[in-house]
Design a protein around this ligand. Structure first.
Ligand SMILES: *[C@@H]1O[C@H](CO)[C@@H](O)[C@H](O)[C@H]1NC(C)=O
Ligand SMILES: *[C@@H]1O[C@H](CO)[C@@H](O)[C@H](O)[C@H]1NC(C)=O
Length: 123
């Protein structure tokens, strides 16, 4: 059975071409939003610290990241800090990962095609 958080994450991740789960005080989250805005992409952003079910959603995201190969940085979640986990980025409803995965895709040229496929970029 899926938890509230998993169901919510799946629904929220489909609500935009690019969806960012963020915490308003996290600087990597600001950096990823700036990166997308600089590319002309306007992501749907959920600030978990302002969301009534933020902790449930956060727990579900942690589980998703740990069970996917998308993020090598997920291994550092254990020490109780969230900073390395968030932001979590979905493109076209698919989990891309945290800031490091987004940057790696940007650098190797796979991010832009992914954004176009999702309808977030037209150029
Ligand atoms: C982790 O994130 C949650 C919100 O999802 C927040 O309530 C909590 O304070 C954060 N913990 C740390 C250590 O930053
Ligand atoms: C580009 O980087 C992403 C993120 O690390 C990775 O998933 C993908 O396989 C890489 N693609 C290529 C063609 O190197």
């Amino acid at each position: 059975m899926q938890s509230y958080g998993e169901v919510a994450v799946e629904q929220m991740a489909r609500e935009g071409a690019v969806v960012v789960f963020s915490v308003s005080t996290c600087c990597m989250c600001h950096a990823v939003k700036r990166l997308f805005c600089g590319m002309g992409v306007h992501p749907t952003v959920y600030e978990l610290d302002h969301h009534p079910r933020g902790p449930d959603i956060h727990r579900a995201l942690t589980g998703l990241l740990l069970s996917s190969s998308a993020s090598a940085s997920a291994s550092s979640i254990g020490d109780g800090g969230n900073a390395s986990l968030l932001p979590v980025v979905f493109i076209g409803g698919k989990l891309v990962g945290a800031m490091d995965s987004v940057m790696a895709s940007h650098i190797n040229g796979t991010l832009v095609p992914l954004l176009k496929e999702a309808g977030a970029l037209w150029l």
